[in-house]
Write a protein that binds this ligand. Structure first.
Ligand code: 13P
Ligand code: SF4
Length: 315
């Protein structure tokens, strides 16, 4: 490691102690960010950690909606994000105005939104879900009720197939990184790595065909997984070879868990520019100056916490 990085890490560790800070990082963060974090995980795990942490300040190394969720769950803590521009294309694909309009067309429907949404959109939702609990939560809703599910259409189509629900309406949103993974990319990877185990995130554009394929092969429980689901699967199976269809940042943790395994990313393009905006120098700047604070207006927070709490309690 170069001297400059080493010096920054030392300063970060010192400030963290002095200011009583917990650093939470998503599985897609840069390796050096994951290494300085107190906890690395998926959207659900990070929300649970935020809710239970004792420290005064939460430094969130992830994207804006994740820091917002932490702030909704812990209104008395200072939640910081090192770069306010770390957004999410999926979250941007369903605005408050669009959701209100959609709800007007289906006034009786139950609204289920992915955690990748703004606080305003959560405030208009009945349930919040992540990729690791979407099936369970949708299954818990009265079978006769219409469900509006958004914004990710690929996760939505996966949930619809697994639950067999016909009364699920999908919003046509997507994550620009995962939507690019097409069925032909998976077919090519299957030909190139015939013995590898496949780990596919439900936001991927190939998810429907991959699910059908997985059912045929009898591997439906181990193939389509949230980021933390992938971590657990590798901890358990420790295969020789895996093909991974999600953002490349996860390879750092996977390789640490099973250094003897080979991990092939289904495409080198799988990189989220927003996640990569969080760098060591920005983390240091954030700690030194206690910026940039993410705070949600009381009126929105009081409504947004309801679907988030339902999710955390049911997981
Ligand atoms: P996970 O909840 O599976 O970590 O997914 C978050 C995300 O942003 C995926 O693109
Ligand atoms: Fe959003 Fe996609 Fe980036 Fe995840 S990978 S944070 S869904 S843009």
């Amino acid at each position: 490691m170069d001297m400059e990085k080493e010096t920054m890490i030392k300063k970060i560790e010192k400030l963290k102690q002095e200011k009583d800070v917990v650093i939470l990082a998503h599985n897609y963060q840069l390796p050096e960010i994951q290494d300085i974090a107190d906890y690395v995980g998926d959207s659900l795990g990070l929300s649970q950690k935020a809710r239970n942490c004792k420290e005064k300040i939460i430094l969130f190394c992830g994207v804006h909606f994740m820091a917002e969720t932490a702030s909704i769950l812990c209104p008395d803590k200072k939640v910081l994000i090192p770069d306010l521009d770390a957004g999410c294309s999926l979250s941007d694909s369903l605005t408050l105005a669009q959701l209100k309009e959609w709800k007007k067309r289906y006034p009786e429907a139950v609204v289920v939104t992915y955690v990748n949404t703004s606080a305003e959109v959560k405030a208009e939702s009945d349930y919040c879900v992540t990729s690791s609990n979407a099936v369970k939560i949708v299954n818990s809703i009265d079978k006769d009720k219409m469900v509006l599910f958004g914004p990710d259409m690929f996760l939505g189509s996966y949930v619809s197939r697994v639950t067999g629900r016909k009364n699920l309406r999908l919003w046509a949103g997507e994550c620009h990184v995962h939507a690019a993974v097409k069925p032909e990319d998976i077919e090519k990877a299957r030909r190139e790595h015939p013995d590898a185990k496949f780990l596919i995130h439900p936001e991927c554009g190939c998810v429907t065909s991959c699910l059908i394929d997985a059912y045929d092969k009898g591997e439906k429980d181990s193939i389509i997984l949230s980021t933390e689901g992938m971590i657990k699967e590798v901890e358990k199976s420790k295969e020789k070879e895996y093909v991974v269809a999600t953002e490349k940042g996860i390879l750092h943790r996977l390789s640490k868990i099973s250094p003897q395994s080979q991990f092939h990313l289904v495409s080198e393009e799988l990189e989220c520019k927003y996640m990569k905006m969080i760098t060591l120098d920005k983390v240091l700047h954030s700690l030194e100056n206690e910026v940039f604070e993410v705070k949600v207006q009381k009126e929105i927070r009081e409504r947004a916490i309801i679907p988030i709490q339902r999710m955390v309690e049911m997981s």
